[in-house]
Design a protein. Structure first.
Length: 317
């Protein structure tokens, strides 16, 4: 825990102490409270992404399972509550006739506990509290080397990466997989700008609370004195990069001390802290990302109600 906290303190110092645009890594949005708030976001009528992914898995999981070896194990990057994963585990179990090994990977202890409770009746669950790539490395050590692995990366979390970083990350993931392994990747697609913005700035304010919580986390864990009421949530669309950006804008000039990061800063009125990017994709973008990271596209399904793509890629072999 100490090393993780030290890394958090260092990242906060690097992101908030810089000149120019201040920034915080989006992974720090997901402490236990942040994960709970995000689960609430997925239920909002304005946020159709999660339901689109669930519809695709509900409709096509038997088809996905049919092209995988019956002995396939499953690892999931960023498992959340695990609710969305049930159809794929059910379909794989029906195909194999036995319990599936399932490795949920998350940095949130609360999410892992919720996932283990939710999915205990569907699979043999081995929760792993780790970053994505460290978690996959641990799965590689735990699974039978002859057992194929399906990695789930759902919910368009890949959109949190810049395109070059997405390719770099997926190439690193590919390097940790064996021939015969596969990746099921969710990706949100470009749609009308007002629709995208509303999904990240809901009128009930749940997304705003989720965004501000990153400052609350810095207060709780690093001893900072952010006044959360002094920052307003802002969602904007950067069209050239095809991404939604989430920012926290200071309503007035703020003096902030973050003792565990060794940082004292002044944030001017109107200045923003950039907390998350969510890239949206065109279908050719996804084909290029697969190719550039070493994967081979096998199948794709697109939800007609909320443009969202579920992509099955092979690691080769």
């Amino acid at each position: 825990m100490t090393s993780m906290l030290s890394e958090f303190a260092q990242d906060v110092r690097a992101g908030l102490g810089r000149s120019g645009q201040r920034e915080l890594p989006s992974r720090y949005l997901y402490d236990d409270l942040g994960s709970a708030l995000f689960e609430a976001i997925t239920c909002l009528p304005e946020y159709g992404l999660t339901r689109a992914g669930e519809r695709l898995l509900g409709a096509h999981s038997p088809e996905i399972a049919a092209v995988l070896p019956p002995t396939t194990a499953v690892a999931e990057l960023g498992c959340g509550s695990g609710r969305k994963t049930v159809p794929i585990l059910e379909s794989l179990r029906a195909r194999s006739g036995r319990a599936i090994r399932y490795f949920p990977i998350d940095i949130s202890t609360a999410a892992l506990h919720a996932c283990a409770r939710e999915l205990a009746s569907y699979a043999a669950v081995t929760p792993l509290e780790a970053s994505y790539l460290d978690g996959i490395a641990r799965v590689a050590a735990l699974r039978d080397p002859s057992q194929p692995l399906l990695v789930l990366f759902l919910g368009s979390t890949i959109g949190n990466f810049d395109i070059s970083c997405a390719v770099e990350f997926l190439a690193a993931l590919h390097a940790r997989l064996n021939p015969g392994d596969a990746l099921l990747l969710g990706a949100d697609l470009v749609k009308p700008i007002p629709q995208m913005l509303l999904a990240y700035d809901d009128p009930t304010g749940v997304t705003a609370a989720f965004n501000r919580n990153i400052l609350g986390r810095i207060n709780r864990e690093l001893g900072a004195d952010f006044d959360l009421t002094a920052y307003e949530h802002e969602a904007r669309y950067h069209e050239p990069a095809q991404r939604i950006e989430m920012h926290l804008r200071a309503r007035s000039r703020q003096r902030v001390s973050i003792p565990d990061s060794g940082l004292r800063i002044i944030i001017e009125a109107g200045e923003t802290i950039w907390t998350e990017s969510s890239h949206k994709f065109l279908l050719p973008d996804l084909d290029a990302i697969a190719r550039d990271s070493g994967f081979h596209p096998v199948s794709r399904w697109v939800d007609p109600q909320w443009p969202f793509a579920m992509n099955l890629w092979s690691a080769g072999g």
